[in-house]
Design a protein around this ligand. Structure first.
Ligand code: XBP
Ligand code: MG
Length: 258
């Protein structure tokens, strides 16, 4: 099937940014008078639960921290505070794009592919991040931004990818997804989409066996990437030609769910 669309995950894929989410969560806990701290090891575990609100709820239900039930009653306010703090980090410019992201998005857009985003993070976070990476006109690069609570079941459910495909008007088999996590790969795979995975810092220990190809990052012509698993795509960097070749693989070779 000819490649018609690329769908990008956000956190850990466009940027190596989970550390800034973690800091924002901890700052909000403090601002709400909570003596909670999500250190890096705990956060790696908690990232198995996608969505910030869902992650806080899971933490309360499994770790029984002090004031848990009070926090559940003001979960939306706490999460809104965290979102505002994360946005401040994005606007400050400390969060930059991962290798190859800008190059691939612009190449695909210039060549008429449809671009989408499928993420569990809040819409405002996505808009802030893409504006920071691509500039004020960023919104026009992406035909669809599927984010946050737009679907009731977050990744690893395939819903957000199916929603993005429907809104893009393309069949899943005509798309390639770019992901950084097991949950994200699972979601795209179960939607019937071939996936290129570039594991992010926190999620490098995830199981990426459902991805078509696993690379260290998307690479640049002057900073080649490393193939971790699956068929080689591109020669040191992932470009449109490489993704077109990957999309034309038969479903079994591309590892697409039928
Ligand atoms: C990763 C997530 C998000 C972020 C926090 O999203 O699981 O929940 O950690 O963002 P992605 P929110 O699908 O882009 O990898 O607090 O806005 O949920
Ligand atoms: Mg991600």
């Amino acid at each position: 099937m000819p490649l018609e669309a690329l769908i990008f995950d956000v956190d850990g894929t466009l940027a190596e940014n989970e550390e800034w989410h973690r800091r924002a969560f901890n700052e909000s806990f403090k601002a709400f008078g909570l003596d909670w701290n999500w250190d890096a090891d705990l956060y790696r575990e908690l990232l198995k639960v996608t969505g910030g609100k869902e992650r806080i709820r899971h933490f309360i239900e499994t770790a029984s921290p002090p004031h848990g039930s009070e926090v559940l009653a003001k979960l939306l306010a706490l999460h809104a505070d965290k979102t505002a703090r994360y946005a401040d980090y994005v606007v400050s410019g400390v969060i930059t794009a991962k290798p190859g992201i800008k190059r691939l998005v612009l190449e695909a857009h210039q060549n008429g592919l449809r671009l989408g985003i499928a993420t569990t993070t809040a819409l405002s976070n996505v808009e802030a991040l893409i504006a920071s990476i691509f500039g004020a006109d960023a919104r026009h690069l992406f035909a669809v931004i599927a984010a946050g609570d737009i679907v009731p079941r977050k990744k690893p459910a395939p819903d957000i990818y199916l929603y993005a495909c429907e809104r893009l008007g393309v069949a899943p088999s005509a798309c390639v997804a770019i992901e950084d996590s097991e949950n994200g790969v699972q979601a795209a795979h179960d939607a019937g989409i071939a996936v290129v995975a570039a594991p992010s810092f926190y999620l490098s220990g995830d199981d990426f066996s459902k991805a078509t190809s696993v690379v260290s990052d998307l690479g640049e012509p002057d900073a080649p990437n490393r193939l971790i698993a699956g068929p080689r795509i591109g020669n040191g960097f992932v470009d449109l030609a490489a993704l077109r070749a990957l999309a034309s693989l038969p479903a079994d070779e591309a590892g697409r769910a039928g």
